[in-house]
Design a protein around this ligand. Structure first.
Ligand code: ASP
Length: 341
């Protein structure tokens, strides 16, 4: 008889873990120790589920490096005792959190499935139950003793995505996430259909936990008519080490001399600048147009088809890892966790 798969369910906070107080109507945190009795369907799953919760569950808007550390510690301390992990989090910053976790855990060989919901688990019309049950099923899916999804993924409304490819696209629909530059890893319908070619291959290496994160970065979203004063004030932020410029289309920005001059000065000072498109899908293609070839010439990093969320996470990780200056650009432009095509 095959051994029963062990899943650790980690609650960090967010709508999914809330129930409506029947008297006041207010949302309050759900007691996860009582999870199995509140959701009897979980008993039908062919796995053993343990639960653990953040000491103080948070709204995901409050996520920061402290909580990334808390989450990674929970996973790392339990890594060898469980076959898979399901992380319940608020959806607002789930694309960021799951992207950061993908960088913090190198050589991952077990499933870490993030999920949440738009409606609380105790709500009559909740999307929480399906998201939770299927996320657990995915995390416990093993074939010949090898996990089918040995990577950080995000499950929401019948689709499983590579986490560091996702963006929250809707504040209200159950279909809250999308991954426009990478196909879903699985789709859930009558059957759970995995897209095996898209899933990260299994590796047998030892897990390496990267806890050093550096958040001294900023995002500069370009818009028509942006002034030199605005651009300069962002580039001159004290202690800033990295800037993501969200550009037009395939990586374009104003061709005005002042714009390139400001970027050039910043790069000379040692600030890394990454070009990421503000389009939800598609890729930066530095040099395709005159307006981006100047950026290419001065050493702007090509974000290619990375999402802004994954670029933020990659910056935290690479700045924290203190990569030597001359290697930084090349490493940023290389896919480390499947975040770039
Ligand atoms: N504000 C909530 C959060 O992100 C929304 C949600 O749970 O989806 O924590």
């Amino acid at each position: 008889m095959s051994k029963l798969i062990k899943i650790l369910l980690i609650y960090t906070g967010g709508t999914i873990g809330m129930i409506k107080d029947s008297k006041t109507g207010a949302l309050r945190a759900f007691n996860f120790d009582k999870l199995l009795s509140r959701i009897p369907e979980l008993n039908l799953l062919d796995c053993n589920i343990s639960t653990i919760s953040f000491k103080t569950p948070i709204d995901s808007s409050d996520m920061n490096t402290y909580y990334y550390g808390e989450l990674v510690d929970i996973i790392a301390n339990n890594y060898h005792n469980y076959d898979g992990f399901v992380v319940l989090s608020g959806s607002d910053t789930m694309a960021y959190t799951s992207s950061v976790i993908s960088f913090m855990l190198e050589n991952l060989s077990k499933p870490i499935i993030f999920t949440g919901s738009q409606l609380p688990i105790g709500d009559l019309r909740t999307d929480a139950k399906e998201n939770l049950i299927t996320a657990i099923q995915i995390a416990s899916f093993y074939k010949d003793n090898i996990p089918v999804v040995p990577e950080v993924a995000l499950y929401f409304e019948y689709q499983l995505y590579r986490a560091n490819r996702t963006t929250k696209i809707n504040a209200e629909h159950f279909e809250a996430f999308n991954s426009l530059n990478y196909p879903p890893l699985a789709k859930s319908g009558v059957h759970l259909n995995f897209n095996f070619d898209a899933i990260m291959p299994y590796n047998k290496k030892e897990l390496v936990v990267r806890k050093n994160l550096d958040t001294n970065i900023a995002i500069l979203k370009i818009f028509p008519g942006i002034t030199a004063t605005t651009v300069a004030s962002i580039l001159n932020i004290k202690n800033i080490k990295g800037i993501i410029i969200e550009t037009f289309g395939s990586g374009n920005a104003p061709t005005a001399a002042w714009f390139i001059d400001l970027l050039k000065k910043a790069i000379k000072k040692g600030i890394y600048i990454v070009n990421v498109t503000q389009c939800s899908g598609g890729s930066v293609n530095l040099g395709q147009y005159e307006s981006s070839s100047q950026m290419k010439n001065i050493g702007v990093i090509d974000g290619k088809d990375i999402t802004t969320e994954a670029a933020v996470a990659k910056f935290f990780y690479l700045l924290g890892a203190q990569i030597p200056k001359k290697e930084f650009k090349l490493i940023f432009e290389t896919s480390l966790r499947g975040e770039i095509s």
